[in-house]
Design a protein around this ligand. Structure first.
Ligand SMILES: Nc1ncnc2c1ncn2[C@@H]1O[C@H](COP(=O)(O)OP(=O)(O)O)[C@@H](O)[C@H]1O
Ligand SMILES: [Mg+2]
Length: 588
């Protein structure tokens, strides 16, 4: 985004949302003005066309004036040429602005998603967040450009047409203005009823789908429990209901069309009656009368559109609200300024307390420990004891509620988030692969700057080359959205290769191999050992061999650090670890 919209207070009125939306139009204001100008011209040509009816009738047909007969067709062509240009300028211009606003807003929101804290995503449904960037933003632009178009083009058109009508006959115009709203109200009532019925049709269609789906998905239950008659009966009811609603809708539709036409004819008849009978209201010439009627007919759809402008505005504002609400959420706090090259990897947790936002339970309680550079520390504990939470504080996915974490002697808050995270590689149970080649997935985030030989070396060390070679295009094979049908072990080895290539001094392994079967785990294990060498490693493991080899083991229980020591020391102690060992690792 080039133009960053100004900061706004969190409580938003419709007006302030509207003002904020206009700030998105600002960068496109030139095209916006051209589009508005197009609308002014359009309104003029609409009235111009109605006006032309008079000379066409009077000079052309009634008086057969030879000059007019030649010039009027030319006027008509010129008018519609102008109208075409204006129409193009106004609608293309509006689209230009609208699509521009959509693209800017999307870019801004996307970039904001990249910066929102992990806790934000915990509390929200990813589908909702995606639909804000696709559906809501689209709605905002469509509704607002629609509203602007109607507001400017149609109100100007209405004014111009009304002006023309008054010019021809004030009294007739007043009559139209008097009857018009009554007719409008009747039409509104009819269309309201129509909408209600068509909603019923939709609903009954939904029930048909619902029952059918139940029967298809649950066909085994239907078969074994003999539910055929019950289902047939149930379906028959909704099937008939659907038919009835449809017929009702069709009937309403055809009656209303005839009725509206009848009403319009009545109004027309009244005007013809007045125009021909009453001296005071009579119109000067037949041409003026036709011109008047044309203006009146053109006025109708214009007025109809004007009544929907508020609806459009409201829809746009509601959609905008959800967009702005996200944009106003604070990004991850990132205030550190301390320069950081490559750390040695001394990690220290000091009196760390942690509570997830929106919960009261302290997940971590007064955690204290220190790791020297290159040390491997295993964290064990029952599921839910806070192991993942503990390691997630280090890359600052969450910030501790109390206490501090030091890396190489400095509070991690003193470093910029980017620098801090550069020091850390994380491999967890869930491997995220992106829709790109194997190489780009291993070299993720490096914008294709890494030497291919280094990527291959990393894959080799992670024991991933073994299967990558078998792929159709080797490391240039597209992984695709479905992950190429890679097995869990293969995906895991790609994640290890990714971490190896990153070559960060601190490594976090969060149950990296727990989703694998024994065979793939053995393969992955070799890669992991490669990765742990010479790095400060925090490993959450469920596998005895990893835990045994660790320099130290920390035992977590309900968020408390209850024991610490080597495998042998802790077994001798015969406390928490010994109990865990008997329960979890017995099979190894
Ligand atoms: N994103 C989250 N939001 C709220 N509570 C969470 C979140 N993640 C984990 N918890 C809770 O925190 C506790 C510790 O979880 P976790 O650190 O994942 O344990 P472990 O990794 O040891 O299984 C659990 O009670 C869990 O329900
Ligand atoms: Mg966990």
């Amino acid at each position: 985004m080039s133009d960053q919209p100004p900061v706004h207070p969190p409580v938003q009125s419709g007006l302030s949302i509207y003002r904020r939306l206009l700030s998105y139009v600002k960068p496109h204001r030139k095209v916006f003005l051209i589009s508005l100008l197009g609308m002014v011209v359009l309104a003029g040509t609409e009235a111009g066309f109605a006006y032309l009816m008079k000379p066409i009738m009077d000079s052309g047909f009634v008086n057969h004036d030879p000059v007019s007969v030649r010039t009027i067709p030319l006027y008509l062509i010129a008018l519609f040429l102008l109208r075409g240009l204006a129409s193009y300028a106004s609608s293309f211009g509006m689209q230009w602005v609208g699509r521009g606003v959509i693209a800017d807003m999307r870019a801004q929101l996307f970039s904001h998603y990249l910066q929102l804290p992990a806790g934000y995503f915990d509390q929200r449904n990813s589908g909702d967040l995606i639909s804000v960037i696709t559906f809501n933003i689209e709605q905002v632009a469509i509704a607002i450009t629609n509203a602007i178009t109607i507001l400017v083009r149609d109100s100007l058109t209405a004014l111009a047409l009304l002006g023309l009508m008054f010019y021809h006959s004030g009294l007739l115009t007043l009559t139209v203005l008097l009857i018009g709203p009554i007719v409008g109200l009747v039409i509104y009532k009819i269309s309201h009823r129509y909408r209600k019925i068509s909603k019923n049709v939709q609903h009954s269609m939904g029930t048909v789908t619902h029952i059918t789906q139940e029967v298809i998905d649950g066909q085994r239950v239907v078969k074994t429990f003999g539910g055929h008659d019950y289902e047939r009966h149930r379906f028959d009811e909704v099937n008939q209901n659907n038919r009835q609603q449809y017929l009702k809708m069709t009937s309403t539709q055809s009656i209303s069309v005839s009725f509206v036409q009848f009403l319009a004819a009545t109004v027309l008849a009244a005007i013809i009656y007045m125009a021909t009978r009453d001296e005071a209201s009579s119109i000067a010439t037949p041409g003026a009368f036709i011109s008047f009627i044309t203006a009146m007919l053109l006025l109708m759809p214009t007025l109809k559109r004007l009544t929907t402008v508020n609806q459009s505005l409201q829809r746009g504002i509601t959609a905008a609200e959800s967009v702005f609400e996200i944009l106003d959420t604070d990004p991850e706090p990132d205030k550190g300024t301390k320069q950081l090259g490559r750390v040695r990897g001394v990690v220290q947790y000091q009196n760390i307390d942690f509570t997830y936002s929106g919960s009261h339970e302290r997940v971590l309680k007064d955690i204290c420990f220190k790791m020297s550079a290159g040390e491997t520390v295993a964290i064990v504990g029952r599921s839910g004891s806070g192991k993942s939470t503990l390691v997630n504080l280090l890359p600052r996915f969450y910030d501790s509620t109390k206490g501090k974490i030091l890396v190489d002697g400095h509070n991690i808050h003193d470093y910029s988030l980017f620098d801090l995270r550069e020091q850390i590689s994380l491999v967890s149970q869930h491997v995220t692969l992106f829709n790109d080649t194997v190489a780009r997935n291993i070299d993720y985030g490096q914008l294709e700057q890494t030497d291919e030989s280094r990527i291959i070396a990393a894959a080799e060390a992670a024991h991933a080359m073994e299967f990558i070679r078998e792929l159709p295009d080797g490391i240039h094979t597209l992984v695709g959205e479905d992950g190429l049908n890679l097995s869990g072990g293969q995906r895991q080895r790609l994640a290890i290769a990714r971490a190896l290539l990153k070559n960060a001094p601190i490594l976090i392994l969060d149950e990296a191999t727990s989703a694998l079967d024994t065979e793939s785990e053995r393969l992955v294990q070799q890669g992991l050992e490669e990765l742990m060498e010479n790095r400060t490693t925090l490993v959450i493991a469920h596998r005895l061999s990893t835990v045994e080899k660790a320099d130290r083991i920390l035992v977590l229980d309900s968020g408390q650090l209850v024991e610490s020591g080597t495998h042998t020391e802790l077994l001798e102690k015969n406390g928490h670890y010994a109990a865990l060992y008997r329960m979890q690792f017995q099979d190894d």
